[in-house]
Design a protein around this ligand. Sequence first.
Ligand code: TEU
Ligand code: CA
Length: 625
Amino acid sequence: MDKRCFTEPVKPLSYRSIINFKQLHLFDDPDMKLFNIKLKELIIATGLMLLSGSGFAQPMKNTNQPEINRKWWKEAIFYQIYPRSFMDSNGDGIGDLKGIISKLDYVKSLGVDAVWLNPVYASPNYDNGYDISDYQNIMKEFGVMQDFDVMLKGFHDRGIKVIMDLVVNHCSSEHKWFKAARISRKSRYYNYFHWWPAENGAPPKRWSAFDPDANAWKYNKATNSYYLHYFAAQQPDLNWENPKLRQEIYKMMRFWLDKGIDGFRMDAIAYISKDLTFPPLHAKYHGDWAMYYAGGPHLHEYIKEMNRQVLNKYNAATVAEAMGTVNDVMKFVDPVRSELNMAYHFEGVNIGYLPNEYKMVNPKGYGLLKFKRVYSKWDSAFATKGWGTIYLGNHDQPRMVTRWGNDSPEFREVSSKMLTTFILSMGGTPYYYFGDELGMSNIKFDKISDYNDIELLTNYAQVKAKGGDTNRFIEGMKISSRDNGRTPFQWNASANGGFTTGKPWLKVNPNYISVNVEAEEKDTNSVLNYFKEMVKLRKSNLAFVYGKYTLIDAGNPDVYAYTRELNNDKYLIVLNFHAKTAATNVGFDMTGIKTMINNYADGPVTDNAGQITLKPYEAAVFKIK
Ligand code: TEU
Ligand code: CA
């Protein structure tokens, strides 16, 4: 069984309005002031470009491309912070909000525009905050509401927007709603959840991701019924078919938006609607969550309702954790549907696993041809409508350099830089995971006792119960487990990487001695400084945001090459994904072409026949027009 969870036209900017800043309204959204100010600064800084008629200040009049509807969230670079592992302020070994507050200037120094914060709500932490016991309070380990307010203001003062995780497919079994519901069928909260009365016999099979028996129904004695939990038993699914529940959620969303947050990342949103008759599922869907759980009968009706009643009133930016095909995902983000803004797909990060097993990567690695096909497909899906995202790491993934690059001492830095070049030169809004800017790599635990993640521990228990090969499992997890991406952030070379003065909740990667902020800030060649340069490059020209993507040399198994083109600007990006010298032919004379960025001291060898020879993991961006 495969147990991976599959899981407007631009207002053309007239030269007149650019010259008169008072009249400059780059966006039609009313709350775009801060961002506009930032853009104004940029425009001043690029005044020369203005005069020469190049750069993003020129009107977005159409040449060969569809009209562009500019939005801040399309042009932004998001930086994802996993609060538990970012910075501990009080020595209890757990990252917290005061820790984030102490590092606001670091986030600012990266040049990013927005932050996605993993859940910070009250939670017993069976799934590290994805099991919420009180949506309007802060997790006690993380601090108090006042800390949140200070943090939010701190980000906003620095021109950085903040989106929060919205986890509403399920809550925690310790939420007051569930505690009341499980006492009696007469409870007013009983129908906030999904129940199968025991007098109707055994419930129809539903699989669970984080259950030792993979069973999504759990018997509750007091009510003589089973409750549904797609994830752990401590994460009962909320009953979205109940309008009262929906209103509770909308009220809670307004609470956060009224505080001034800028939007939501919508966790497992594709699963919220269920067919209350719970028809039998086809066995062939087992493991394919997109097939059997995503896209329930009223899913999009509810999202439209949420948009009408909440989101559009605040101009909130939203990103859906969306599963399934291009058509499934498009439904969330096609602007005519008025649902959500951005979506991220799983097809890219699911490449390279062995079929019918829990996150075992193919020992032969992944094929770049497949990788190129998948990312090209999703780019073209959003080329004319909707809006996608681009990411290689997050809290559900291992470290990108280990999974997609090469974490050996020889190649960790160059391959990290190469992957950063990819993320920040592609279409879709980049969601860049904290620590990847340092080139943090997988910790590769040898012992099951070092792990914390409920998903991994559940799957380990299953392998063990079946008498499977636990050593093989542990080896596999060194590459793919979620905890690899959750180890504490590496600030400096002091004990525990400067993350905590206490015992960290999850071990710190021993490579913190050299892979850390302090060392990398000083080293002009560091992964960190490359990241910052790449951020600047992306932000210097809207071709990286709105430009047309064209894959070049599609059949090349080592090199990923493409162009991004908008009006009079055209960039060429070449990325060697392998640990050997490789060449690509781009089909035009490269002499005199300007290199914008490159991850080696001496750039790639180019010639007048269009041949570019790249060193291992070499990456370069050229401006060809
Ligand atoms: O993930 C939703 C989801 O479908 C996960 O099963 C995900 O695909 C899996 O972790 C990949 O290994 C969200 C959150 O991102 C995740 O951290 C939570 O554990 C999950 O929801 C349950 O809330
Ligand atoms: Ca702490």
